[in-house]
Design a protein. Structure first.
Length: 235
């Protein structure tokens, strides 16, 4: 795939405020990709960094600060921190944010990744496992419709909490949309008027190929519906 060309096309058609984020899983450290240094409060914080143009890889311990994100990515917390997951879930349950029976339905990766690389799409160290987009609902609608036309329709219309389950869900189903969750919105600083759409990397080219048709069709339908609205609306 010509990732730079795909990113440029998608950036233009979808009017993205952040660059699409490529997520790559590796068994060994990826060549020519710097290791992340520092700490972040959540796994989705790395989406913010990559969306702003940074390229790096993380190891499981870089994700320990986020027990929920560690769970969705099948990252085993060290013994001294394993209690944090249940503490976090109990807190969320006590305040009415989540029901404990929902936890077992959350998609997770098939296995713990040894290394996770995050980068802008065009700088991905190989075909991404998942590409994460964030943008206005009307633009994410176009991306979802292109995915549907490409035969990569998400199994679930959309989900909210936790946003990070979009990664394993997209890997399993081809695509996934997410309204985001409050933790993600705090850590990534996306706007209240933005949503997520994630696509399995091997399917990205097919979706990009269909986007032009979908954008053109929506432009035509916009005029069609405007004409009908004017003709059929009476005070």
């Amino acid at each position: 795939m010509q990732l730079a060309q795909i990113e440029s096309t998608l950036q233009q058609k979808l009017e993205l405020s952040r660059r699409p984020v490529a997520v790559n899983f590796f068994d060994t450290p990826p060549a020519d990709v710097p290791k992340f240094t520092g700490t972040e409060p959540s796994g989705c914080s790395y989406w913010r960094l990559a969306g702003s143009g940074k390229r790096f890889y993380t190891v499981p311990s870089d994700h320990f600060n986020c027990p929920i994100g560690s769970h969705t990515h099948s990252i085993t917390l060290p013994p001294e921190r394993q209690k944090e997951l249940m503490d976090t879930l109990s807190f969320m349950s006590d305040i009415g944010y989540v029901k404990m029976e929902e936890v077992g339905k959350i998609p997770t990766l098939a296995k713990q990744p040894n290394y996770i690389a995050y980068s802008p799409l065009s700088d991905a160290p190989g075909t991404p496992d998942v590409v994460v987009f964030v943008g206005k609902p009307g633009k994410m609608m176009l991306l979802m419709e292109a995915a549907g036309r490409a035969g990569i329709a998400p199994s679930f219309p959309s989900h909210g909490r936790p946003t990070c389950m979009a990664i394993p869900s997209a890997m399993m189903n081809g695509a996934d949309s997410s309204t985001g969750c409050i933790g993600n919105r705090v850590y990534t600083e996306i706007g209240d008027d933005e949503l997520y759409f994630a696509i399995r990397g091997v399917d990205l080219q097919k979706v990009a190929n269909e986007l032009e048709t979908i954008v053109s069709a929506n432009d035509n339908l916009r005029e069609y519906h405007r004409t009908r609205k004017k003709a059929l609306t009476k005070d």
